[in-house]
Design a protein around this ligand. Structure first.
Ligand code: FEO
Length: 387
């Protein structure tokens, strides 16, 4: 077991979760990590903890550097259990430590754990704590993505301990953004943003504005790689994503029973191709909703198709639309399509999800049984006039 010193006297003591593939419905194909940082100064501070099943490994790592009862501060930037699961055991072993957390963090800790023996100090934006040579200052970032969220900044080392923000579900033996292909790390950061942070983009805009006033040389998130060489790129990406900037791109996603809805999906694809759009094409039999939503993040159009099934739609499409409804907040245009035998309810059912999501319906196409070549051509031609 090895502990990495990310700068002098600041250690990464978190754990990798190599085999996690389902993070509350999000497909984490590269696993994840629960990062925690230990700062050794006149006072010793631990920033965030790990998911409960990894408590022993976490304690073993900290113990390589310092006995736990020497820890003076435990900073809890976020109470979600992937970062606080080890707190009960840590607080048992650090009885003198002061927990530094936000006002909502204090309440949420009480709703998760028996905190009666914890010494909790609520911090606000602008508050700071001196560790000796270093200072920790706190910035509240509520609803990015829970009410309690805050980030911690060390001005002497210019490190932002950003918790979920700028994170990626990515387990690796490497620690830094310049040790793995940047496009993979940015893709995982984008997937993280789309699946976790997207509904709170307005709050991200405010948090970025506050963070832009800090001199940052390193961003140490609570998941994935540490940013030290590409801070400008992840800031620019967060700026684009939080402002819902879309490119000339369409996402086409569907499920099909006997191929009729799929034929219309290809006719829609032809229209976007002929108008020079980038596009992504997803059959839900082969693709996961968390990958589809990642491409929705910067798409101008979201096109969803299902046949009617039992006066309703395919369960896979209903699941996708439920996910879209929870995450998409503004500015998308939509197209619905499908096929039916005797009950053309599919479009109506799907439109309810679009209405709830605030997606502006541009066109819909619904065919009785099997679409012939003439119908498919008419779909392409009609859509070309609308996009
Ligand atoms: Fe990584 Fe919101 O927890």
């Amino acid at each position: 077991m090895k502990v990495t010193e990310i700068v002098k006297n600041i250690y990464s003591v978190g754990v990798s979760d190599w085999n996690v593939r389902n993070f509350h419905g999000y497909l984490t194909q590269r696993g994840s990590s629960y990062n925690s940082y230990l700062i050794i100064d006149d006072k010793i501070a631990l920033i965030d903890t790990v998911k409960a099943p990894f408590t022993k490994e976490f304690i073993d790592r900290i113990s390589l550097i310092v006995p736990l009862d020497k820890i003076d501060y435990v900073v809890s930037n976020h109470v979600e259990m992937d970062h606080s699961g080890a707190m009960p055991e840590i607080m048992k072993r650090c009885p003198n430590a002061v927990v530094l957390t936000s006002q909502s963090g204090e309440k949420e800790h009480k709703l998760h754990y028996d905190t009666s023996k914890w010494n909790v100090r609520v911090v606000q934006s602008g508050d700071s704590v001196s560790l000796g040579k270093r200072t920790l200052s706190f910035l509240m970032t509520p609803m990015v993505h829970w009410p309690d969220n805050m980030v911690t900044y060390c001005p002497e080392d210019k490190i932002l301990f950003s918790n979920d923000a700028f994170g990626q579900h990515y387990a690796s033996a490497e620690y830094y953004d310049d040790e793995l292909p940047l496009d993979l790390i940015l893709w995982e950061a984008k997937k993280y943003y789309a699946n976790i942070v997207m509904p709170y983009s307005n709050q991200v805009v405010a948090a970025l504005e506050a963070a832009s006033k800090l001199d940052i040389k390193m961003i140490a998130p609570s998941h994935g790689l540490i940013w030290r060489s590409h801070i400008d790129k992840i800031f620019a990406a967060y700026n684009d994503w939080s402002h819902a900037k879309s490119s000339k791109k369409a996402v086409i996603v569907y499920d099909s029973m006997y191929g009729s809805t799929e034929k219309i999906a290809y006719a829609i694809r032809d229209a976007f191709e002929s108008k020079g759009y980038d596009y992504k094409f997803f059959d839900l039999k082969s693709n996961h909703h968390s990958d589809v939503i990642t491409d929705c993040l910067d798409a101008e159009y979201i096109c969803v198709g299902s046949p009617t099934l039992n006066k309703n739609i395919m369960p896979s499409v209903a699941s996708m639309l439920t996910y879209i409804q929870g995450l998409i907040v503004k500015g998308k245009k939509g197209i619905l399509f499908g096929s039916y035998g005797w009950a053309p309810q599919n479009i109506k059912v799907m439109q309810r999800y679009f209405d709830e999501s605030g997606i502006d319906l541009v066109a819909s196409y619904n065919n009785n049984f099997i679409p012939n070549a003439e119908y498919l051509k008419s779909v392409t031609k009609d859509l070309e006039t609308r996009i």
